[in-house]
Design a protein around this ligand. Sequence first.
Ligand code: OGA
Ligand code: MN
Length: 276
Amino acid sequence: MGISATQLEIIDVAPRIGSEIRTDVETLLSGREAPRIREVLEQRGVVYFRGLEISDEQQVAIAKTLGTTVATEGEGGIYKISLDSTVNKRAQYLKGSLFWHFDGSLQPYPNLATVLHAIKLSDAGGQTEFCNTYAAYDDLPQSDKDLIADLRVVHSAERSQYYVTPEMSYEEVSFWQNSPTKVCPIVWQHQSGRKSLLLGATADYVVGMSVEQSRALLARLRDWATQPQYVYRHEWQVGDLLIWDNTGTMHRALPYAADSGRLMHRTILAGEEPLN
Ligand code: OGA
Ligand code: MN
């Protein structure tokens, strides 16, 4: 047939994180560039495709070329990200997404990656910021690497809800305390040999540290990891398909109104690597 395969065109959009990939829907659906896309995703933390005009089914099909999709939430592998509780019953929980976090911090395995498709945007706000937690770890002074090498952190949904509702009622606290907590290392030693930081809004306290020391350390490390040189801010256009490596980045949405209509369709790729 003589049809030559479309090459991926890769444009780095910030020095340490984020690449736009230009290609076409057929190439993505074929899966023939999937290994390369996964490689770029791991190296760059965030990749996005612009102007593809894909359907929900195509979003899921593209995700399946990259890994194992998680179908536990959302019809047909698509989960609706909205802060409007008439669109998503878990809107209150999702308000935690306005603060730095990684997805699946409370799950047995953190997700490998998250795929977000911009369906409708807010008039104001609603950009998404990402930071590269591999690069942030690499650049830490050796004294900090030594300090945090074996530290573990208890993550909880309750903790992230204090960001959303600082003065929670007893009922609210009790409700969120019903969600299971999880202990994660601060330093994730990947099978590849690389290391990334695990922090974020669900990070409640460092095991074995005083409350004050623990809060100070978590804030200091988050400040470090979210410095401008590690951050890419995505200015969404309708139709963007964006993927982040959830094992080596944190992200947050910038504030937008719950009734703005902003809607993202999310597909999750299952984690492939346990935490140490
Ligand atoms: C998520 C998330 C951010 C956004 O889907 O996990 O945090 O910008 N989304 O909607
Ligand atoms: Mn998230």
